[in-house]
Design a protein around this ligand. Structure first.
Ligand SMILES: [Ca+2]
Length: 239
C-alpha cells in the first residue's frame, strides 16, 4: 500500500516535470513544425515534423510610422508573399522584438531598417497576424496591375500562441498559425499566387520595433519571397 503510494507520487512528479518542460516557452525561434504528419503523444505533447521549406523576414517598423491600412479601426501593415506552387499547407509565425531570438542567415529577407535598428529593445508590439490571398492574382505579371482591385480572401488569423517565445516582459503575445489546404474549396485551397500577411497589434498600442516573420511549407518551394511592398516583391521574382 505504502509502496504504491510512493510509486504514484514518483510517477506523478515525473508527469508534472514532463508537462512543465513541454509547457515552457523557448528562448529562440526553434524549428517551425508542420500540422500535416503531426502526432499527439500523451504527456509529451504534439510532435511535429519541421517544415521542409521556410522563408524568413527580418523587419522593423519605426515608431510613429503610418500603417498600410486601417481595417475595422486597427492599423494594419502588410508583408507580401509570393507562393510559386500549390502548397498542401502553409504556416506563418511572427515575433516582436527579434533581439536574440534569431539572426538572419543567407537567403533570409532583411529590411534595411532592421539592420539599423536591430538593437532597439524599447519598441516592440503584441503581434496579431492574418493570412490572406489575392483572389485574382495567380501569375507574377498580374501583381502590380491587379493588387489595388483584387479581393483578398482571408484564410486564418492568430493573436497569441503558446508555441512562440515570450515577449521581453514574459507574456505569450507572439503569433503562430498553420493552414492546411482544402483543394476542393476555392477559398480554402492554397493555390500558387499572391498572399499577404497583415500584421497589427491586437490590443491598444502601436505596431513598432523589430519583428520576425516566417512562412513554412511541408514541400520544397523555391521561388517563395516575402517583401514589405509589391515593387520589391516583383523585383525579387524577376531576378
Ligand atoms: Ca498577440
Amino acid at each position: 500500500m505504502k509502496m504504491n503510494r510512493i510509486k504514484r507520487a514518483v510517477i506523478g512528479g515525473l508527469l508534472l516535470g514532463a508537462m512543465f518542460l513541454t509547457g515552457c516557452s523557448t528562448t529562440d525561434m526553434g524549428k517551425f513544425g508542420a500540422e500535416m504528419g503531426s502526432k499527439s503523444i500523451p504527456v509529451v505533447g504534439t510532435q511535429r515534423i519541421p517544415y521542409t521549406s521556410t522563408v524568413k523576414y527580418f523587419g522593423y517598423v519605426k515608431p510613429g510610422s503610418e500603417p498600410d491600412a486601417v481595417v475595422d479601426g486597427k492599423k494594419f501593415s502588410y508583408l507580401y508573399v509570393w507562393i510559386p506552387l500549390v502548397a498542401p499547407e502553409l504556416g506563418v509565425r511572427m515575433a516582436s522584438p527579434v533581439l536574440d531570438l534569431a539572426v538572419p542567415e543567407e537567403g533570409d529577407m532583411v529590411d534595411p531598417l532592421w539592420e539599423e535598428n536591430k538593437e532597439d529593445q524599447d519598441n516592440f508590439f503584441d503581434t496579431y497576424i492574418v493570412l490572406e490571398r489575392a483572389a485574382t492574382i495567380i501569375s507574377p505579371d498580374q501583381i502590380l496591375d491587379q493588387a489595388d482591385s483584387t479581393e483578398w480572401i482571408t484564410y486564418a488569423q492568430n493573436d497569441d500562441s503558446s508555441e512562440m517565445p515570450d515577449d521581453p516582459e514574459g507574456r505569450s503575445y507572439n503569433s503562430l498559425m498553420r493552414v492546411v489546404s482544402e483543394p476542393s474549396n476555392p477559398t480554402k485551397a492554397l493555390v500558387a499566387g499572391l498572399y499577404r500577411i497583415g500584421f497589427t497589434t491586437y490590443k491598444v498600442g502601436e505596431v513598432q520595433g523589430s519583428f520576425y516573420a516566417e512562412v513554412g511549407a511541408p514541400v520544397n518551394m523555391p521561388g517563395t519571397f516575402i517583401a514589405r511592398d509589391l515593387d520589391s516583391l516583383v523585383e525579387m521574382i524577376k531576378e
